[in-house]
Design a protein around this ligand. Structure first.
Ligand code: KIV
Length: 276
């Protein structure tokens, strides 16, 4: 089975076909996402919040990301795997950014990287592309800018920031990214950006006009107990099912009803007799 390529993703916009993307952070869930035929898997730095229990994504390191990217890649055959460049892995110098992007490909086994930012990241994006590494851009409510934004706030609601987002998207398209994640921007602005650029837009909290959608997997499966943003649809609610199973397990262990005979292994009687 061949993997989804950047050409496939670009082709979907031309054919007016929607692109599906989900995050995954481990082997088991990545294998299910892959089997479901999702086009792209983002090993998102949201890992910091949903898997590592941090308050935001800022503490996630390159080592965390490479470790989880390897696990996701091992679980997949079809989806394109995109490694999310963590905070400070592409901010200090362009050289360091290219080296870190290269680690996602060489050590992690990903097919592309994603990084946050518009105009201020164009030189970095170009250098990574020069190293033959496909780039997904990410603009709007970029979580690594949480301190600068003063919280997780929808972006592009006033004329100045809306115009900046349109400009950023065009600059990123010119630089050569093969898709742009639009996070937390008004639906009509996301529509305008989607119409203005030839590369696919992938929305999260950006409405239905985007060329594709991405969600954090723990949110859409209903297995994250933290804050769930308004734009998330829970496609199922696993948390109560998991809690019920955990409580049943505890009760059965305490009552001695688990494990049953059928869960055990046997030993020949002659060996057993010699043990006594
Ligand atoms: O880290 C992440 O999960 C992301 C998505 C929200 C796009 O960047």
């Amino acid at each position: 089975m061949t993997r989804v390529s950047t050409a496939n993703i670009r082709g979907k916009k031309l054919k007016n076909e929607k692109i599906s993307m989900l995050t995954a952070y481990d082997y088991s869930l990545a294998a299910m996402v892959d089997e479901a035929g999702i086009d792209m898997i983002l090993v998102g730095d949201s890992l910091g919040m949903v898997s590592l229990g941090y308050e935001n994504t800022l503490s996630v390191t390159m080592e965390d990301m490479i470790h989880h990217t390897k696990a996701v890649v091992r679980g997949t055959k079809h989806a394109m795997v995109v490694g999310d460049m963590p905070f400070m892995s592409y901010h200090v110098s362009i050289k360091e950014a290219v080296r870190n992007a290269g680690r996602f490909i060489q050590e992690g086994g990903a097919q592309a990287v994603k990084l946050e930012g518009g105009q201020e990241r164009i030189a970095t994006v170009k250098a990574i592309l020069d190293a033959q590494i496909p780039v997904v851009a990410h603009i709007g409510l970029t979580p690594q800018s949480v301190n600068q934004f003063g919280g997780f706030k929808v972006q592009g609601k006033d004329l100045e920031t809306a115009q900046k987002l349109i400009r950023d998207a065009k600059l990123l398209e010119e630089a050569g990214v093969f898709s742009i994640v639009l996070e937390g921007v008004p639906t009509q602005l996301a529509k305008r950006i989607t119409e203005e650029v030839s590369v696919p837009t992938i929305g999260i909290g950006a409405g239905h006009y985007c060329d594709g959608q991405v969600l954090v997997i723990n949110d859409m499966l209903g297995m994250f107990k933290g804050h769930i943003p308004k734009f998330v649809k829970k496609f199922t609610n696993l948390e109560p099912l998991i809690m019920a199973a955990l409580k049943d397990y505890k009760s059965e262990v305490e009552a001695g009803t688990f494990p049953g005979e059928e869960h055990g292994f046997t030993i020949n009687d002659d060996v057993l007799e010699k043990l006594y």
